[in-house]
Design a protein. Structure first.
Length: 359
């Protein structure tokens, strides 16, 4: 592999480099801050995780389509600080927004000066997340180019159930007897939880351009607390709007931990739901169909259910996908996510009433 300086030289826009320092944020890609002399922009240099994102050309094409479309809309609206309101990736000397050094793939985007991220989930930050991600989807609702799936079947519930069935049939780690009753309980709701895929095949439900990784830390704020732009665009692809609505609340509205051993800690924080839903509906109702709105509470139940299925599948398979800290970790995760699913399911009526009050 070439040195970092040799990689940087492949991006002609990056000039007058003073330092290159690793950043600790981000679990998927190796990330560095490239600081340049005053008067020239700084950059974020990333080594793309090719084990997860196997088609980098597809990945970057999606990102270019999305950022280019948003940039045009911001320009038309008279926005002056474009590089602070939408990410911009530098062109490599090969004419692409990435460079392959023979082993690894690299990309560079302009660093958004004076920006910061938040990790705290509060009603206030949840409202802003809902508002901004709804706006993000709305701006992309007329995207002229087709986006491919960067991770195929990422949020496909039918596919996740098939994986569970395959795991049960194989019983590779000999763990099925312990979880047989849990598998049966999950199966009872499988038909209802797979309704999105059926509605899509029937032509009743559209797919949208979604971020698919909605969380507070994937937004940049200025020092006054105003939202600048959305970051971490690797999972932007065609999906149901439920991907952005439900997945945020799976983590943000859980009063416990994803792997909480004490299930009494796991409850559904309805105030976080209300704040996020209010922001999201405000910015997204301009394009949502009545069925999409009707199914938003379903989305909140879908994602803990889906994650419980994924953890259970991995447990039965012998922990081949998720990293675990102890032998029963995936089993504990399954129970915690399934408890959250039951908590959200119990709140369905209240969620529907609240969303109806926003329309």
């Amino acid at each position: 592999m070439n040195s970092l300086n040799q990689i940087i030289e492949k991006f002609p826009e990056i000039k007058n480099v003073e330092s290159v320092k690793p950043l600790t944020a981000g679990l998927i890609n190796q990330t560095y801050l490239v600081t340049t002399q005053e008067g020239t922009p700084n950059f974020i240099l990333q080594c793309i995780n090719h084990n997860i994102f196997k088609n980098v050309d597809l990945l970057q094409n999606n990102i270019e389509c999305v950022t280019g479309h948003i940039r045009k809309k911001l320009e038309a609206a008279g926005e002056k600080e474009l590089d602070r309101k939408v990410l911009r990736f530098a062109m490599a000397d090969n004419g692409k927004t990435y460079y392959f050094d023979g082993e690894k793939y690299w990309r560079a985007c302009v660093f958004v000066e004076g920006s910061l991220t938040l990790d705290a989930v509060t009603p206030e930050s949840s409202y802003l997340v809902g508002l901004k991600f709804g706006e993000f989807e709305a701006m992309l609702s007329d995207l002229p180019c087709q986006l491919e799936e960067t991770i195929p079947d990422f949020h496909n519930m039918e596919f996740r159930m098939k994986q569970l069935h395959d795991a049960v049939d194989a019983n590779a780690a000999g763990r099925l007897d312990k979880v047989r009753d849990l598998v049966a309980e999950i199966e009872k709701d499988a038909y209802d939880m797979c309704c999105a895929e059926r509605y899509y095949r029937e032509g009743k439900l559209p797919k949208r351009i979604c971020h698919c990784d909605t969380k507070v830390s994937n937004m940049l704020f200025d020092k006054e607390g105003n939202v600048l732009c959305i970051i971490d665009l690797d999972t932007v692809m065609s999906s149901f709007v439920f991907s952005d609505f439900g997945d945020f609340l799976r983590s943000a509205a859980n009063t416990g931990q994803e792997d909480d051993e004490n299930l009494d800690n796991v409850k559904f924080n309805f105030e976080i739901f209300k704040s996020f839903a209010k922001g999201y509906i405000e910015s997204a109702k301009c394009f949502l169909t009545p069925l999409e709105i009707e199914l938003l509470p379903y989305a909140v139940t879908l994602f803990p259910y889906m994650q419980a299925v994924r953890f259970l599948t991995d447990y039965i398979n012998g922990d081949t996908y998720y990293q675990t800290k102890y032998p029963e970790h995936n089993y504990v995760r399954t129970l915690a996510q399934y408890k959250l699913y039951k908590e959200t399911k119990a709140a369905m009526g209240e969620m529907k009433d609240y969303i109806n009050s926003l329309i």
